[in-house]
Design a protein around this ligand. Structure first.
Ligand code: PLP
Length: 400
């Protein structure tokens, strides 16, 4: 008998999602207004725009920042040494320079103290990345840059649904973005959301988004077919049966290129339908995260991030640092034999993947390196139920 496997990530789609996505194929851009209004209400923001991916959203923000910068010398973007390698692509495409900073072992996110040391007249922007859904200390970066012309933009790609003191992360700094890609907290197959606070910048953002190419009708149909495939692949039974085939679609190599184009009405219709149950989708991630915190917090040899007071964390993946790598392998094997697929995500920090970014000796960002090498990610998505979490608990207690 084949054991049913639980997919490591994914929005659980319903039949109605397929129906509305298909409807969107025959609609025009007016559906963007409806989805945008829903999203503005959800995030409690006045301004946002939709594009084809989080990477494009990030790229559009850099282009706007370049138009706003006072000094041409400002061409550096500060980001954490442990994060998605694809974040370097829009930096390069915007002809900017990445400057890496180590992470904080308590938060697993960009270290405030170490960012302070890297600020210079060349700094254009600081980009705290809310990794795994965990909120960064955005306010600290805003205070740090208050009397400077350095911008702060939040990468909320993996953290849609996370709030701090009831404010959505990604909306605290003057600029932010989210991803609606297939492994993210909520997915319209792909997609990116840009948020900004200054009404005076709305025309500039509109100009950059309107300049993106639109997809042909054929490409939109192909996208719909890909969505049909995804809606099957995120269900445990088809995921198990089709696993060898699905494995081919998993990202295993580094991205070297990104496409930029406009969001599509099909995705907007799908998004409108998904947002009817957004509370449920968010709540499951928050609740599963809380249970996982209880399981790991007092276990010897495991480290989990501190959750700031006032935070409600919609985990994209639940991160644990496992001291003993042999134990990590055993956990991965045992959970897999229970049908639970874990991940170790990026096995290396950015300065190991791209040695040209390491200009400061053997290992200037050791905490990022340690995290990359010892990380274990447990899925907390909406299909993970109490029974599955109990299985995780048993495995950890037996090996702990
Ligand atoms: C932290 C982070 N930022 C940005 C992105 C880019 O988003 P997208 O895949 O929608 O381009 C990703 C994607 O993996 C990510 O994990």
């Amino acid at each position: 008998m084949t054991l049913i496997k639980m997919p490591p990530a994914g929005t659980p789609y319903r039949f109605s999602d397929l129906f509305f996505a298909k409807l969107g194929l025959f609609q025009g851009e007016e559906v963007f207004d409806e989805f945008t209004t829903i999203l503005k209400h959800y995030f409690q923001v006045d301004h946002l725009a939709l594009v084809n991916s989080g990477t494009t959203a990030n790229f559009v923000i850099y282009n706007v920042l370049k138009e706003l910068r006072r000094n041409k010398k400002q061409n550096e973007v500060i980001l954490p040494a442990y994060t998605a390698p694809s974040l370097l692509l829009p930096i390069e495409a915007a002809q900017l320079k990445p400057v890496l900073v180590d992470i904080d072992p308590d938060t697993f996110n960009l270290s405030v103290e170490k960012v302070q040391e890297k600020l210079s007249e060349k700094t254009l922007a600081i980009m705290p990345v809310h990794m795994f859904g965990l909120p960064c200390e955005v306010e600290a970066f805003l205070t740090m840059t208050a009397k400077t012309d350095i911008f702060v933009l939040e990468d909320g790609a993996s953290a849609l649904g996370t709030t701090i003191n009831n404010r959505h992360i990604g909306t605290i700094a003057p600029f932010g973005f989210y991803s609606l890609n297939r492994g993210k907290n909520v997915s319209t197959l792909a997609g990116g959301i840009i948020t900004w606070q200054d009404t005076g910048l709305t025309e500039l953002f509109r100009k950059h988004v309107a300049a993106l190419p639109t997809l042909s009708q054929r490409a939109k149909w192909l996208m719909f077919l890909r969505f049909c495939g995804l809606s099957l692949a995120v269900r445990p039974f088809p995921y198990t049966v089709l696993n060898p085939f699905i494995a081919k679609f998993k990202y295993t190599t580094l991205h070297t290129h990104f496409d930029t184009f406009q969001y599509t009405p099909m995705q907007a219709e799908l998004g409108i339908n998904l947002w009817k149950r957004i509370d449920l989708l968010d709540r499951k991630r928050v609740e599963n995260g809380k249970r996982l915190i209880e399981i790991f917090q007092n276990q010897f040899g495991f480290h989990i991030p501190n959750i700031p007071i006032g935070a409600r964390v919609a985990f994209n993946q639940f991160p644990v640092i496992v001291d003993d790598l042999e134990k990590r392998s055993q956990i991965i094997r045992q959970l897999s034999s229970e049908g639970i697929e874990t991940s170790t995500l990026y096995d290396h920090p950015l300065h190991h993947i791209f040695p040209e970014l390491n200009t400061e000796g053997p290992d200037p960002y050791p905490i990022a390196t340690h995290l990359a090498e010892h990380l274990l990610l447990i899925p907390p998505h909406a299909q993970i139920n109490a029974r599955i979490i109990t299985k995780v608990q048993k495995v950890i207690e037996n090996l702990g």
